[in-house]
Ligand binder design. Structure first.
Ligand SMILES: [Zn+2]
Length: 108
């Protein structure tokens, strides 16, 4: 049983990559995260290492400073759109940023 870091719900964009071993050599990866916009929403992304799988985000395998692709366009009221690159969330152009956002990342 692996121990994973607990998400800090008070930190916009906080994330943790975790996994489940479903069979020997068959591991399912995912990322829990708090929406970077500051809306406080918690979400989950299914991750995969290469080759890319349908409905999964491609992850570079880096646990300290992960990069995932493609970008994430949330279907939530906040409509946040951005991507995680080397452990930092980046805003895509036109994305509304909540007034209480604490970690705006790079504005694009
Ligand atoms: Zn949000």
């Amino acid at each position: 049983m692996d121990e994973f870091k607990q998400l800090d719900h008070s930190v916009p964009g906080d994330w943790v990559i975790r996994w489940v071993d479903v069979a020997p050599g068959d591991r399912i990866y995912g990322m829990d995260f708090i929406c970077p916009c500051g809306c406080g929403d918690k979400d989950y992304l299914p991750l995969t290492l290469a080759p890319k799988q349908e409905d999964h985000w491609l992850w570079d395998g880096n646990l300290e400073a992960p990069t995932i692709a493609p970008s994430l366009a949330r279907r939530t009221p906040c409509k946040w759109h951005g991507f995680l690159e080397q452990g930092r969330w980046n805003w895509c152009a036109g994305t509304p940023v909540a007034a209480n956002c604490l970690s705006p990342g790079k504005q694009r």
